[in-house]
Design a protein around this ligand. Sequence first.
Ligand SMILES: [Zn+2]
Length: 426
Amino acid sequence: MILIRNVRLVDAMGERGPLDVLIGEGRILSLEGGEAQRVVDGTGCFLAPGFLDLHAHLREPGEEVKEDLASGLLAAVRGGYTDVVSMPNTKPAVDAPEVVRALKRKAEGLRLARLHPAAALTLGQEGKELTEVGPLKEAGAVLLTDDGRTNEDAGVLAAGLLMASPLGLPVAVHAEDPSLRRHGVMNDGALADLLGLPGNPPEAEAARIARDLEVLRYARRRSQATPRLHVQHLSTRRGLELVREAKRAGLPVTAEATPHHLSLTEEALKGFDPLFKVAPPLRTEEDREALLEGLLDGTLDAIATDHAPHTLAEKEGDLLRAPFGIPSLEVAFPLLYTELHLKRGFPLPRLVALFTDGPRRVLGLPPLHLEEGAEASLVLLCPKERPVDPTAFASKAKYSPWAGWVLGGWPVLTLVEGRIVHEALE
Ligand SMILES: [Zn+2]
């Protein structure tokens, strides 16, 4: 039994407390205290349901030099995540049930965050032949995606949506038109011209989202069940407007945004530092403001990290050749707690919802609230500020675009079904 004393509770429903939360048998037993062997003082801190990340690249199998399940899932619990969806663009791609099963088995043995593998929509993520959805779902896959690549063949995407819909699996898309994106390494526009860097236009994202929404319309018309399309790492104002219109029209679409698109802009590329090279690229302040509105009005369902570790050598190289992506599992919540809630007054329950109920809904999971009887997958977050120190990351990628940023809201205790998986109490 664990007792967290005098702690505020924050979930998607709102804020309460301070209360005394008694945890045992994997559940919240009481919000009115009780006897426990372990007592944690929660004064000044707040308790939230454990976070779910819809989009993490854990690199196993095949690229363990960048990350593996052990380092990635440790990074996750340090970031307050109790559940992680791993992307299938590994080597080989996660496109067969036995790979999904092997990943799940290994993750269970680590006893850190729970792993929910996404499986490839097409064999080898080559965009041609669909994977076997039924056996993949049975093995534990929660989502289908060719993320890392885009789905060029609209007919294959439609067939994938039709096949996945009776099983209730969402299909997630990396929405960029490669023929417009070409070799762009940053947002296309005046700044890219000034820096002499090849641009990736916002229209590459918007054009692909528009197409994918039409594919979804078609699949919905042809399916008995509800096909669900999830737009990954949405980065542009125009892309956001398209999703908003589609939602208003009742299309079953959901969308996520990343911590980097919510906290940084293309201005970061001025120093030609490959650290800031991501796909889709960092956009303009106008785009960022639009995303923040989308978080508030429900156009965006989730904040997902797109945690994408690479070796330091790769990220220190030439900007044109460096790979896309940054690690963010360990900083996502403190970053947005500080930048959005503390500095801009973004409502805390809504922020927590974007890390909990929002992503859970994308996967079709029930909401997780802080009430008696609820599963004790929880995170305790404290306001004490400290600078981001990537050298202390559990992730193998020990660098960060936010290095030195002073943030509050760090997870000091993470529990999965009542079991402590991360502890950094003072
Ligand atoms: Zn992607």
